[in-house]
Structure formats: C-alpha cells, structure tokens
Design a protein around this ligand. Structure first.
Ligand SMILES: [Zn+2]
Length: 499
C-alpha cells in the first residue's frame, strides 16, 4: 500500500502549520495525486490528529533488545516486592539457569535500600543478576558473588551490590554469552513494539562488533530509520571501515566520547562540590587524559559528527568549548547536558543538544539534596534553553530509562519529577516545542529523513493519534497511536477500525 490519500484529519506539519489531507506515493509525501495514475487507497481518519513519526535521538538498541528479554523489575515498589517478582520469574527457569533482570530503582522505596543478600537467598542457588535502572550498579546473589573476583575490601562482599567499575569490569565479563542469533531475534522482536509506540526512527549508540554482527543483518527487517553513533573511542580511532559500508545499511553518522559519569552515582563532573556527599565528581576517559581535542579532530576529519556525553556543569562547559569549533553542518551534539549554568545558555545554543526529559524527571527527585536549591533549578532547563535558541533533540537513553515517548512528552510538558511532584515548572515547555524535539528536531540533529515534517518530498513516516499529543496536558490519559505509517506502509494499527 504505497499510494494513499489520507483525509478527514488534522495533520501537524511540524512548522506550526496544519493540513487537512495528505497524499502518499512511493513512500513519500506528495502535494496531490498526478492525473492518470491509478487511484490511491483512500483512508478516512475520522478527524484524528496526525504528526510526523516519532524519533528517539539517543538509544542503545542492541543492549535494549537484550534487556527487554530479561526480567523487568521496574514495577517493584519495595525490596520485598522485587524479591517476589524474581521469585515468580524463577518458576519458568531450569534449576541452574541464570536469572538476569533489570529496572529496579530503590530511591522511591521505603528505606531506599535494595534487597539484602539474605533476601536474595530465598531465591535458591541459581546465579542472579539484577541491574539497577541506570545500569551503573547491579545486585547479585551469594552464588554469583562467590564466583566473581572482587577486591578484598569491596563493600559488595557484604551487600551483593556492584557499583560502576565492579558492575562493568568484573560482573559483565562473567555473564553468560548471548549468541548473535539470539540478539538478532531480540532485535527483530523490538521492531513492532517500537512502531506501536509511534516510533519510526532511532539514533542508536553501538560498538562496531555488535553493529556488524547483530544489527546490520536484521536492520532491513525493522520498520525503523536508523542512524548510528559509534561507541568505540580508543585512540587512534579506526574510522576507515565506515566509508566502505554498504549504502543499504544503517548510516553511521558519528562517534561518541564520555567526559564524565552520572548525577545518581555522583560521578557527573561539577564546577563546585556535591552538597550531600562532597567531591566534584570525575573526568573520565579521553577527558581525563586530555585527549578530547585530538579525538574531536579525528572524528571531524573523517566527516563524522562528534557527540559528547556531558552531564555535570563542568563537563557541559568543557564539551561546549571542545565542540564549538566544529562546523555546523557536521552536527556536533552534547548528549544529556543535564546541569546547565545560566552563563552557558547562549553558547550552548550554537550546538545541538540531545537531551532526555525523563532523566531530568528522575534526577529531579533528589536534586535539592544533591545540588542545593539553586543548582537544582538548572537541571535540564528546557524553557531557558529554548529561549536562548538551543536546538533540542529528545531521546530516552533506553534501556537506561523506558523508551515510551509519552513519558518524555509528559516530563517536558509538566516539568514534574518522575513521581509527579512539582519541580521548577517554569522550565516546562509547550506541546509544539516538545513534539518538535521528538520529530523534526531529533531528525535534524541525527541526520535522519523527515527533517521537513509532513511536507511534499519528505518521507511518509507518520502517526495517526487516538487523543491529541498537541493539546495533551501531560496529566490525563496519554494519547496513543491508532495507526503508524513508515515509508507509506502501515506498520501498526488497523485502518478499518478508524472510521
Ligand atoms: Zn546512553
């Protein structure tokens, strides 16, 4: 069904204007159907709102697909609850099979503590891994703890909680290897699930090894436009292979480097100390080694976009200084830019910011204790950034947060914490601006088609909505896709159910 006439609708073009009909031919939007051509499929959309397809500008698709197959603990509302969820998951497993789970977040629980090793012992002797929602920590049981080579002084011996390097460098290599076939099948399963949320495009962060063996072979089976930013970042960079990639494969648009850590783990680099635990956080990797400019030059010389992970205010300022000399058409991005001082606003507006309103909502929960009253108000100040003229691209960092785009929209519209508590609502933005950052703004920042919105010549990637994302208050029931179209093909929903 590549040729269509969509009528009885209100289409939000993206530039502020509206249309009441859309024509699609060969996967593209056209002004009208040419005379002499066979008549297109007619669809009456019953007056529904249509927007461009949603684009998530920052995900980890290969990792997310694998996590999605594990046990989801995000619904747990206390440590006991988490143990019960794990108990239920054990029923379906062989006695010696690993239990790998993710998504718990103790900050909202009574006592703010995860299960103890004793709690975990109720689950039997199989190895158990529970990744924390931010993936910067993991809880394991005694069986697994006994197998890991942890330093003698590590607090994990008493708690089972592995933090940062212990999680990544000790636990990660000890996990059972997942075969590329399994990951490919998990990726294919993700396609319809993402489309059902209205997502038609993603920019994903991948390592070359996983891109080539896992994502490339199945990319054609996903109804998603994909841009890839490479995570391989050891100098000297090997970027020659990118030039010779097949044109049909997902486009590699750039490379990412990390300048600091995260606020939750107090490793985001600040200009003045954390209020609750002291310390300035950390510089990491290339920033720590003062190789950040050499890295940038290598990326730019290869014709690629440099993207920098920077969360603390000191890191955001450094990222801005490193990236501001990059030619505008190379589309350098700061990833996260969570803590933004007033005096950086104007300079940041010259770059593109790939930000996650849900990260703001999550970090807002403890921001006053962590940063003090004034700095807490500088947590992803969307409205200030917008007023300064910043170019915003929204994303979720999935699987670090949930990928549901309506959570992102809610966070941007209300400014509330993830628990629904008011938090600097003066930095909330309006529906048009938020939707723009989830569609045209995201597409532009990560070089995906659709940058012009629902206009002639652009790709026919669109969402027909039940409810109206452009007038939603962020509090009542969220709008949801009724029909999702990618390149003129219906990938979600039943057109016959629309009338
Ligand atoms: Zn990320």
């Amino acid at each position: 069904m590549r040729s269509m006439h969509l009528r009885n609708l209100r289409a939000w073009v993206g530039d502020g204007s509206w249309k009441d009909a859309l024509w699609v031919s060969d996967g593209l939007l056209i002004d009208h159907v040419e005379a002499g051509r066979t008549s297109p499929v007619e669809l009456d959309l019953g007056g529904r709102v249509v927007t461009p397809g949603l684009i998530d500008a920052h995900v980890h698709l290969v990792m997310g697909a694998q996590f999605r197959r594990g046990i989801d603990l995000s619904s747990a509302h206390c440590a006991l609850d988490m143990v019960e969820l794990l108990q239920r998951a054990c029923v379906d497993l062989d006695d010696d099979a690993w239990l790998i789970s993710h998504g718990w977040d103790e900050t909202a629980w009574p006592g703010s503590a995860p299960p103890t090793l004793e709690d975990m012992s109720l689950l039997g002797p199989r190895p158990i891994v529970c990744w924390r929602c931010d993936l910067h920590a993991a809880l394991v049981n005694q069986t697994l703890l006994d197998r890991l080579e942890l330093p003698a002084g590590s607090p994990a011996h008493a708690t089972g909680l592995l933090v940062e390097d212990e999680a990544w460098e000790v636990l990660m290599p000890a996990l059972p290897q997942v075969s590329p076939e399994e990951v490919r099948s998990a990726l294919v399963d993700c396609g319809p699930w993402l489309n059902a949320m209205g997502i038609t495009g993603l920019r994903t962060m991948e390592y070359r090894r996983e891109l080539e063996s896992m994502l490339d072979p199945v990319a054609d089976n996903l109804n998603l436009r994909l841009a890839v930013t490479m995570l391989d970042r050891t100098l000297p960079l090997d970027l020659e292979w990118i030039r010779s990639r097949d044109v049909g494969l997902p486009t590699v648009i750039g490379c990412k480097a990390f300048f600091d850590g995260t606020l939750g783990s107090r490793t985001a680099r600040l200009a003045s100390p954390y209020v609750d635990r002291g310390g300035l956080g950390r510089w990491v990797e290339l920033a720590l080694e003062d190789q950040d400019e050499a890295w940038r030059d290598a990326v730019v010389q290869a014709g690629l976009a440099p993207s920098v992970h920077a969360i603390g205010d000191a890191a955001v300022g450094r990222a801005r200084r490193v990236l501001e000399s990059v030619p505008d058409d190379r589309r350098a991005t700061i990833e996260h830019a969570e803590l933004v001082p007033e005096d950086e606003l104007a300079a940041l507006a010259r770059l593109r910011l790939s930000v996650q309103p849900v990260h703001r909502a999550e970090d807002a929960r403890g921001a006053k204790d962590m940063l003090g009253e004034h700095r807490a108000g500088r947590l992803l100040p969307l409205r200030s950034l917008q007023q300064a003229g910043a170019r915003l691209a929204f994303g979720t960092d999935w699987p670090v947060t949930q990928i549901d785009p309506m959570r992102t929209l809610r966070a941007a519209l209300t400014g509330e914490t993830i628990d629904g508590v008011a938090f600097h609502s003066e930095e909330a933005i309006d529906n048009h601006s938020a939707l723009y950052a989830m569609t045209l703004g995201a597409a532009e920042a990560v070089s995906l088609p659709g940058q012009g919105g629902l206009i002639s010549g652009e790709v026919a990637d669109l969402v027909v909505w039940e409810g109206d994302p452009l007038s939603w208050d962020g509090l009542s029931e969220a709008p949801r896709p009724a029909l999702v179209i990618v390149g003129g093909t219906i990938v979600f929903g039943d057109p016959d159910a629309l009338a």
